[in-house]
Design a protein around this ligand. Sequence first.
Ligand SMILES: *Cc1c(COP(=O)(O)O)cnc(C)c1O
Length: 422
Amino acid sequence: MAEPIDVELLPDGAELGADDVVVGGVSLRSLAETYGTPLFVYDEATLRSRCAEAASAFDDGVAFASKSFLCGAMARVALEEGLCLDVATGGELDLALRAGVPASRIIMHGNNKSASELATAIDAGVHRVVVDNFDEIDRLGQLVGAGATLDCLVRITPGVEAHTHEFVRTGQEDSKFGFSVAAGDARRAIDSLRALSGVRVHGVHSHIGSQIFELDGFREAMAIVADFTRDDGFDELCVGGGLGVAYVAGERAPSITQWADSLRASAAAHGVAPGVRLTAEPGRAIVAQAALTVYRTGTRKRAATRTYLAVDGGMSDNPRPVLYGSGYEAFDVARPLAERPQAVRLVGKHCESGDVIIDEAWLPAATQSGDLVATPVTGAYGYAMASNYNRVPRPAVVFVRDGAARVVLRRETFEDLARLEA
Ligand SMILES: *Cc1c(COP(=O)(O)O)cnc(C)c1O
């Protein structure tokens, strides 16, 4: 590969200059200078535009899947742009509430919600609890029996195999999530919930997986959901998240609007009444392309068959290549328009051979140790999955907008890392 980086992979409105890249009106070189590296840079306009697109493409109740990237600033952006927040643990729920998201805009997920997580969600008065399994129904029975009410969706597994990595496939029969339609569990779950006083079952929820490019799987799931709920009189069907995004040049993903339109058409074709709310929970499609990670390169090693170029982060700030074999691209921040004839294996600083960011990264011939290299499309499941492996502090996160930058998560310090020592 020799072409310069495809600007389509960068946040909206990013500009590739002769010796710098500008995102949200701010120079990446100046950001690296001011805040250090590795650094997550999110373009706030891109975040807002994807949130607003989801809010208008789906019906009220559509949520941002917070697990893909959650911090107070992001929670508020999603809320301000008209989305609910989907949380799946007590920790995510706590952060959302602390950030000022009203409980009435929060959807509680999870395949193993503890009694205390459920009680907190119900006491707070969340918008929906998405009920996952029979043990949870037992727990809910005890909680709502005490007088509380509950609005819920029932998570079903439609039996659809999404075309994606098996670790992020969730709609198939053999899954830890949800009630099987085929085995009759989904029907039994709806009946038991309806038998509990104080519980309103609004509809069903399905989520067939993540990083899905083909809309067929979603349509297939919608057809099953529509047939299954034909006589239930539900007022909401939620299709979950899972819309894919392009990570490398040449990949093309449907837009959130195309995804929603195709689901609406499928719902209508299968007899879902127009008044039924069609909702979703995109995560990756909202945040992935809005961010990039800026690293400083360090050591360079010429081995027999390849060159290794190490950056000052690695699997601790982006575990996706290790977990899923995901591909990324890289560019030299000071040479974004240069051709990229130099192939290197871009690796991190962790003590694992598997600590690879990009197996074969293409960089300009002049790129050397000490330069700034950035990887685009790191906004989803990067910071969210970041760890302190090797006691590496987590990077800072900045939002850029209209020429200004603000830190939304400060860089971790060694003191932060030491704070749990008893
Ligand atoms: C992970 C998840 C999502 C978001 O998935 P994306 O692929 O990031 O859109 C939505 N809903 C549920 C239930 C999930 O588990």
